[in-house]
Ligand binder design. Structure first.
Ligand SMILES: Nc1ncnc2c1ncn2[C@@H]1O[C@H](COP(=O)(O)OP(=O)(O)OP(=O)(O)O)[C@@H](O)[C@H]1O
Ligand SMILES: [Zn+2]
Length: 555
């Protein structure tokens, strides 16, 4: 409805009940269906002339390589994790397409515009650590609030029994003399877990973590000089509450649970997880896995009871364990709206007027929305300051040696130093001291279309280059070609394998002048697609050539 008539929508997930309250596309009947497909159908009902292509997949999948990204005029992120955001940022840098990056959390949200060479990219500033951390000794010895008990139940107890055991090493510090007792306790727990199939496992586990471990803590007198002492709990004291083999306790997710109900939930969820662990060796915590959530919530509540901390409902514990700030429909709608307005400006060649926009409801500022200018790229950023090359090869016959020789031949274009290493993520494929892989084919080294390799010069690790492996484009006689993404290309004699993307810009000169203008903060009135009329703009639909009018107030 805003003039974008060709949209590809990608999401890997299905709709859950908890997604319904924050948006306007999905209804209760859609629960369990893929988000991308249902969203595409819903948009089609609103605007039947637009062409929406849903894809249910991971955006990191190899088929979405740099060439695929190049086919778009713009990308818009609405992702909830750093890993996928980083990936899309990298691909948009490689494909030189603009990216609108958005995010919301409860009553706050923001959107910004990322344009290769022109603005800061997603990686230009270091990211704050996502996960909140707590002092280890508080989690392990002296919890004083429910969140401490939830972290203990999820990251220590659950992961020790069902998950990756190495994860809990952060809780143990052998330099502290008092820790030796705790380390012994942890060792006892590890031994106990070896007998997970023992019919008495639940009694033994309960007594170990809620009884004997607490006894050990009580012996550390100095911990309790100014604190309320915990009380030990043992399985036998709940004998009258032990659920029969068939019964599952009934409870309301939002009800604050008493200790006997917690005990029953603990027993039944443990039983379910133990039988699942016989089939799946590792179970990782997922807030939407009801067995895992019930076990973590009941363990946290029992621990809270031991330490005199008020109990909470499973619903509240789910929010803590999943680090959930409830999403709000209005915030999402406002941020989505601003993202689309920014996208219209970008594709109209009006990036000079784009801003980073923040939304805060109920903050100290007099207005809900405020904006900041887009910042220039950080010259030390290893992502947007890198050079990007497209690597097209017959991956089954080209050897790493061929690739390394190729880079060496054109090294002055590709890399600032003749000594360099070649990495895929953190995996070293080649460096001057590690040449074992040279005779291997790219395919045997798991380098396929979609793989991104980084070339890191020995002399300056900041200023590397990226090689984005792409699908072959019909040139079967050519075994290896590397070219600069975008228009310039290495003088290798190879043909340009990059398909021409639909150009919005009128000419390369116009693009360059627009880049310069936006850095200077001035705008051009010569753009064919955008005609200014006062502070309103007329946007011409780029695909149909019909004149769809979108009025934008510049601010
Ligand atoms: N690598 C990825 N590829 C494709 N889609 C992704 C990827 N990573 C995350 N997503 C999608 O990003 C979306 C983020 O939206 P949102 O924060 O509403 O997620 P959610 O998990 O449904 O919500 P909540 O975590 O609050 O329950 C999700 O629909 C998720 O499937
Ligand atoms: Zn950057």
């Amino acid at each position: 409805m805003s003039g974008f008539s060709n949209i590809t929508l990608i999401d890997l997930d299905t709709i859950e009940l908890s997604n319904l309250n924050r948006q306007f596309l999905f209804k209760k009947k859609h629960i369990g269906l893929p988000k991308a497909q249902v969203a595409a159908q819903a948009i089609h009902h609103m605007s039947s002339s637009s062409c929406i292509t849903p894809i249910v997949d991971n955006i990191k999948a190899s088929q979405f390589d740099a060439l695929w990204f190049e086919t778009f005029d713009i990308a818009i992120n609405a992702l909830d994790n750093l890993d996928a955001r980083r990936h899309v940022n990298l691909m948009c840098q490689a494909a030189k397409i603009p990216l609108i990056e958005t995010g919301t959390a409860g009553y706050v949200g923001q959107t910004t515009v990322i344009q290769n060479n022109l603005t800061e990219c997603f990686e230009c500033q270091p990211k704050p650590v996502e996960q909140k951390t707590f002092p280890v000794c508080t989690i392990r010895n002296t919890p004083s609030s429910m969140i401490h008990c939830v972290v203990w139940a999820k990251d220590y107890l659950f992961s020790q029994i069902f998950g990756d055991k190495s994860e809990n090493s952060q809780y143990l510090d052998s330099d502290d003399p008092d820790d030796s007792k705790m380390i012994k306790e942890a060792e006892n727990l590890s031994k106990l877990i070896e007998s997970i199939t023992d019919p008495n496992f639940q009694n033994l586990l309960f007594d170990s973590v809620f009884g004997y471990s607490i006894q050990v803590l009580l012996e550390l007198d100095k911990l309790w000089e100014s604190r309320q002492k915990p009380t030990c709990l043992y399985f036998d004291s709940f004998l009258q509450s032990v659920p029969s083999t068939t019964s599952t306790p009934t409870f309301d997710l939002k009800q604050i649970l008493d200790i006997n109900t917690c005990f029953q939930i603990w027993c039944s969820s443990l039983k379910a997880l133990v039988s699942r662990s016989q089939i799946t060796s590792l179970i990782s915590f997922d807030k939407d896995d009801s067995d895992a959530l019930q076990f973590v919530a009941s363990s946290a509540n029992i621990r809270a009871h031991i330490f005199g901390i008020p109990n909470e409902s499973i619903f509240q514990i789910k929010a803590m364990a999943g680090n959930i700030i409830p999403a709000i429909a209005t915030t999402n709608a406002i941020i989505a709206g601003i993202a689309v307005m920014q996208a219209i400006k970008v594709v109209s060649g009006n990036i000079a007027n784009c801003k980073t926009v923040y939304y805060t409801y109920g903050g100290n500022r007099p207005q809900y929305l405020y904006k900041e200018p887009l910042l220039k790229p950080n010259p030390d950023c290893s992502i947007c300051q890198a050079k990007y090359f497209l690597l097209s090869a017959d991956f089954s016959t080209v050897k790493l040696q061929d690739l390394v020789s190729f880079i060496q031949t054109y090294q002055h274009n590709i890399c600032s130093d003749e000594y360099f290493s070649l990495l895929e993520g953190n995996r070293i494929l080649y460096d001057p001291d590690f040449q074992d892989n040279l005779p291997k084919t790219l395919e045997s080294l798991n380098v396929f279309p979609g793989t991104i390799l980084s070339i890191t010069p020995e002399d300056d690790h900041q200023k590397g280059s990226f090689l984005c492996a792409v699908k072959r484009n019909g040139n079967v006689d050519q075994s290896l070609s590397i070219e600069l993404s975008g228009n310039s290309k290495l003088d290798t004699g190879s043909k340009n394998l990059v398909p021409q993307k639909r150009k919005i810009e009128t000419s390369p000169d116009a693009v360059e002048s627009k880049k310069a203008e936006s850095l200077n903060g001035t705008t051009s009135s010569t753009d064919q697609q955008t005609k200014s009329s006062g502070n309103k703009q007329l946007l011409i639909d780029l695909d149909s050539n019909e004149q769809n009018t979108v009025y934008l107030d510049d601010d």
